[in-house]
Ligand binder design. Structure first.
Ligand code: ATP
Ligand code: MG
Length: 362
């Protein structure tokens, strides 16, 4: 069953992800099992400043300076240090953290991850690589942990549906709700299976797909979400698009993430203006473009540079992974995903994909 980790319910056990947390003074208050395994030390030895004993003496000052500077600015933390591994070897590690805030936006310290720096690489490339591989591990770990409870939800819902069959006293809408529960749990399990395959770099199956049709099918499922948010969807689809070679579940996932964000951004929008516009079109360069426009809170200049950062979220229940995952998926298809600034209210997110037969990323 799902073990809840301290990071907003993120399951960390068995995930193989080296996560850490600091309090507002920079004292470590948590390490994930993967960290402890890597270090070969028990939690109590690592807490506080204990873990710094494992940092190479020549890197310690730079590390504590970077930590102090991050805490002063309450901004991002990033450092590269040589860290002692369980086998007594020093390895170059990339540590990166984001400030944690409580519901009243009060600074409470940091949450971050660590990853071994791949050999022979440095600079921004390294950051990207480490980010991606860590995200992949997180997704693989989450997928692993979520599979079982999702299967359980689906089975329980079907069992309940079965046991009320033929009972005249039972409201028909209750039976329908049970069907919906089972269906949604199956859908979630399917998405997770595909994400896992995607991040494992396993062969995913890319077939020619009519993207407008894909958007229309995704919209049918998203109607439920829209209704819950008191909003509606409007489609403006180009019916003569060329095909794109895509893994449909993955692109569907991108559309879903963007529409969910759009819906979540319209909490303060008057109900009669809560519309999400889904458009497909052919870009001047022949690529296929999908855009999701909302009339929500929009994207402030401070927010814009951080949108796609893993774990960056402004929502109390958010994981901050939706856009990061979506961008990875679109990039893997040779495409691009970006936020387009809007002069009027709201935001537009747009991604484009090369038509099938195109040689890949430009
Ligand atoms: N359409 C939008 N309008 C305004 N802000 C947005 C929009 N989409 C995303 N954002 C901002 O970008 C942040 C990151 O989005 P992302 O989808 O990556 O994570 P999230 O929605 O917070 O959590 P989750 O992992 O559940 O998707 C959001 O918290 C929000 O502040
Ligand atoms: Mg999101």
């Amino acid at each position: 069953m799902l073990k809840r980790g301290p990071v907003r319910g993120l399951a960390v056990d068995q995930a193989g992800v080296m996560l850490w947390m600091w309090d507002a003074l920079g004292q470590a208050t948590f390490f994930s099992p993967a960290w402890l395994e890597y270090r070969g030390r028990p939690l109590e030895d690592e807490l506080g400043d204990g873990w710094i004993e494992g940092v190479h003496p020549q890197d310690r000052d730079a590390l504590t300076d970077a930590r102090a500077a991050a805490i002063r600015s309450q901004g991002d933390f990033r450092a590269e240090v040589r860290l002692l591994r369980f086998d007594g070897q020093h390895r170059l590690m990339l540590l990166q953290g984001s400030p944690r805030r409580n519901a009243r936006a009060k600074f409470e310290g940091y949450v971050g991850w660590a990853a071994e720096a791949p050999r022979g690489r440095d600079g921004p490339d390294l950051v990207r690589l480490a980010r991606l591989s860590t995200m992949g591990e997180i997704v693989a770990g989450l997928a692993h942990e979520l599979n079982q409870p999702l299967a359980a939800i689906s089975n329980f819902a079907r069992a309940a549906r079965h046991s009320i069959r033929g009972h005249e006293t039972v409201d028909a809408s209750a039976a329908e709700a049970l069907d919906q529960i089972a269906e949604q749990a199956d859908r979630a399990a399917e998405i997770i299976r595909h994400l896992r395959r995607f991040f494992r770099r396993a062969e995913t199956q890319r077939l020619p797909v009519d993207v407008s049709r894909l958007v229309r099918e995704a919209a049918v499922l998203l109607e439920v979400d829209a209704r819950i948010h008191g909003a509606w969807l409007e489609l403006d689809l180009d019916e003569s698009l060329p095909m794109a070679a895509v893994e449909r579940v993955e692109i569907e996932q991108v559309i879903t993430n963007l529409v969910r964000n759009a819906l979540e951004a319209m909490g303060q929008t008057p109900p009669d203006r809560r519309v999400v516009r889904l458009r497909t079109a052919r870009a001047p360069n022949g690529w296929i473009e999908v855009s999701v426009e909302d009339a929500g809170c929009g994207i402030s200049p401070e927010l814009a540079p951080r949108l796609f950062e893993p774990f960056y979220t402004t929502k109390p229940g958010g994981m901050g992974l939706g856009l990061a995952i979506s961008r990875s998926i679109v990039h893997a298809h040779g495409g691009r995903l970006e936020a387009v600034p809007l002069a009027k209210q709201g935001a537009v997110f747009r991604f484009c994909l090369p038509p099938s037969g195109h040689g890949g990323p430009p």
